[in-house]
Design a protein. Structure first.
Lengths: 114, 222
C-alpha cells in the first residue's frame, strides 16, 4: 500500500503549514497523476490512521485525479489517455506520445478560524 | 474558515534523497537500475546469473530490498558481488532515503553498475523514484500475459522489460501465455521499452540482455 507513504508525507506537509500559522487544519485538497495509482479509500484510511491524536485528526481529504495526456502522432491532437484502451479518441490511432504524469501535489489546505 | 493555496509536492522529501542519490551515482560514474516485479518472478536469479557471467566485464553491486530476511542478499553474496540488504519491515517499496544509506555501504569506487532489487510488488515501488537511471520490470510467464494491461504504470515507466521463465513456454507448461500480447500491451504506453525474453534457468536470451547492459554502461567493446 504505497498510499501509506503518501499519507505520511502529507501529514508532515499539512502539519508544517498548520504550525506556521498556528491554526487547526480541517480540510486539504491534493491532486495526483493517474500512474501513481492512488486509491482514494486506501489513502483516506491511511491518513485517518496516522493522523489520530494529531492536529490533523478528522481532516477531510479531497483527492483530484489528473488525467494522463497523450499527443497523437497521426492527427496531432492531445487527449486523455485511457489506460485500459490507450488510443487517440479522434482518429483511433495507437501512435501517440505519452506526456509526463502529473505529480502528487498538496494543492490547498482549509483551516478553522474563530 | 480560511483556505490557503500551498501547491507543494507531497513526495518532496523522497525526491530530495533521490536527487542526492543521482548526484552520488553520477559523481562515481555508476549506472543504477531499479528492478521491479511481482514476488517470485526471478529477479534474484536473473541477477546472480548476470553477475556471474559478466564478472570479468562489469563490476556490479546490488542493493536488496525485502520486507524480511536476507535470503536474497545471501544468494548475491555467493557470487562475491558486494551487496547491501535493506529490510523494510512491512513497507511494500524502497524509499530513496533507504537507498541513500545503502549506497554509503557499497564500495562505490570499484563499481560500474548497481542493481536495486526492489520489494516484490508491481504497484507501490513504481511510485517512488530512488535516483536510478532507469527501471527494469521483470514479468515471468507464469504470472500471465495480461499483467502489462493490468498494471500499466510500471510498464509505462520502465526502460526495459525482461520476460522471464520462457523455458516454461518451450516446455509447453505455460502455453496460454501469449508473449506477443504481453509485448504489445507493454508497448501501448511505452513505445521505446526494450524487451528481452529470457530464461534465468537455462540462460536462453541472456546474450541480448548482456549486449544491452554492456552498451548502457559504455562497455560494449570490452
Amino acid at each position: 500500500m504505497h498510499e501509506m507513504i503518501v499519507a505520511e508525507n502529507l501529514l508532515t506537509a499539512i502539519s508544517d503549514e498548520a504550525a506556521k500559522r498556528n491554526l487547526k487544519p480541517i480540510g486539504a485538497k491534493i491532486s495526483c497523476g493517474l500512474l501513481y495509482a492512488i486509491n482514494d479509500e486506501a489513502l483516506c484510511f491511511a491518513f485517518e490512521a496516522i493522523s489520530k491524536d494529531t492536529p490533523c485528526e478528522n481532516l477531510k481529504l479531497q483527492i483530484e485525479h489528473k488525467s494522463l495526456q497523450g499527443l497523437c502522432m497521426n492527427c496531432n491532437q492531445s487527449f486523455d489517455v485511457e489506460l485500459s484502451h490507450p488510443r487517440c479518441p479522434m482518429c483511433n490511432s495507437e501512435d501517440f506520445k505519452l506526456m509526463p504524469d502529473a505529480p502528487l501535489i498538496l494543492e490547498e489546505i482549509e483551516f478553522q478560524t474563530e | 474558515m480560511q483556505k490557503v493555496n500551498v501547491r507543494k509536492k507531497i513526495l518532496s522529501a523522497n525526491e530530495e534523497y533521490a536527487f542526492k542519490n543521482t548526484r552520488f551515482l553520477t559523481e562515481h560514474k555508476i549506472l543504477c537500475y531499479n528492478m521491479i516485479s511481482s514476488p517470485g518472478s526471478g529477479k534474484t536469479t536473473i541477477l546472480t546469473r548476470t553477475i556471474n557471467e559478466l564478472k570479468n566485464q562489469i563490476k556490479i553491486g546490488v542493493i536488496e530490498g525485502d520486507i524480511q530476511t536476507d535470503i536474497d542478499a545471501e544468494r548475491i553474496r555467493a557470487t562475491k558481488a558486494p551487496v547491501v540488504q535493506i529490510n523494510t519491515d512491512g513497507a511494500c517499496h524502497l524509499s530513496a532515503a533507504q537507498v541513500d544509506s545503502a549506497l554509503g555501504k557499497l564500495p562505490a569506487d570499484e563499481l560500474d553498475l548497481i542493481f536495486i532489487e526492489n520489494v516484490g510488488n508491481l504497484v507501490c515501488p513504481s511510485a517512488l523514484e530512488l535516483g536510478e537511471a532507469g527501471k527494469i520490470v521483470v514479468l515471468s510467464v507464469a504470472e500471465g500475459d495480461d499483467k502489462p494491461a493490468k498494471y500499466p504504470a510500471i510498464f509505462a515507466r520502465s526502460k526495459v522489460m525482461l520476460i522471464n521463465k520462457i523455458d516454461l513456454l518451450a516446455a509447453g507448461a505455460q502455453d496460454d501465455f501469449d508473449i506477443e500480447r504481453a509485448k504489445a500491451d507493454a508497448r501501448k504506453l511505452n513505445k521505446g521499452i526494450e524487451i528481452f525474453p529470457v530464461s534465468s534457468k537455462t540462460g536462453e536470451g541472456f546474450s541480448s540482455w548482456y549486449d544491452w547492459l554492456k552498451k548502457s554502461v559504455g562497455k560494449s567493446s570490452v
